[in-house]
Design a protein around this ligand. Structure first.
Ligand SMILES: CCC1=C(C)/C(=C/C2=NC(=C\c3[nH]c(/C=C4\NC(=O)[C@H](C)[C@H]4CC)c(C)c3CCC(=O)O)/C(CCC(=O)O)=C2C)NC1=O
Length: 169
């Protein structure tokens, strides 16, 4: 598992270089966004059950077939599995936000997931939509705490949906 700092150091160490100007710029921007990253993690921590539940409701409203007979989230067991997956995406997104690096998502969430989803016929489009709904909710909540630029919140959520979208084509 890597974060913004260890990733940078690793790259410089491989080639035996001192940290140059580019490195300083990268580090500066990471540390300058530090307080906002912590604010985002705090918002997610304080609201995760609400975010997952509301995002699930919105998703099932937009794609009602999912919870009808024959839908992948139909039956209590699969409905819960779906919300549990949403909860995984949210929790790991909060880790990646603090780390300033998506590596934790690759290692802990996305590895082998496409095969699992394909074999269980979990539909990709609605999964992507669910992740995007959570992203918008988190961005709004973080903006309400006074963080003016919430664009950094896109990174982990968009990383996950990009990985998913790669499969669906
Ligand atoms: C921390 C990393 C991690 C992830 C990401 C993870 C995902 C994951 N989701 C699964 C199932 C599932 N995932 C879903 C999800 C959905 N169905 C829908 O229609 C919606 C679009 C969507 C919710 C948004 C469902 C319904 C199942 C159960 C499918 C089944 O058993 O038939 C399974 C199969 C095993 C199980 O049921 O637990 C895994 C491994 N597990 C992990 O350890």
């Amino acid at each position: 598992m890597r974060d913004a700092v260890t990733s940078l150091i690793k790259n410089y160490d491989i080639t035996g270089r001192y940290l140059d100007r580019d490195a300083m710029d990268t580090l500066k921007s990471y540390f300058q966004s530090g307080t906002a990253r912590i604010a985002a993690a705090a918002v997610i921590n304080a609201n995760s059950p609400t975010i997952v539940r509301q995002a699930g409701l919105q998703l099932f409203e937009e794609v009602p077939e999912l919870i009808r007979p024959g839908g992948n989230a139909y039956t209590t067991r699969r409905y819960s599995a779906c919300l549990r997956d949403m909860d995984y995406y949210l929790r790991y997104a909060s880790y990646a936000l603090v780390a300033g690096d998506n590596n934790v998502l690759d290692e802990r969430v996305l590895q082998g997931l496409r095969e699992t989803y394909n074999s269980l016929c979990v539909p990709i489009g609605p999964t992507v939509r669910g992740i995007q709904i959570m992203k918008e909710m988190v961005k709004n909540m973080v903006a309400e705490t006074g963080v003016s630029d919430t664009s950094f919140i896109d990174e982990p959520f968009d990383h996950m949906t990009r990985e998913f979208s790669d499969i669906s084509v």
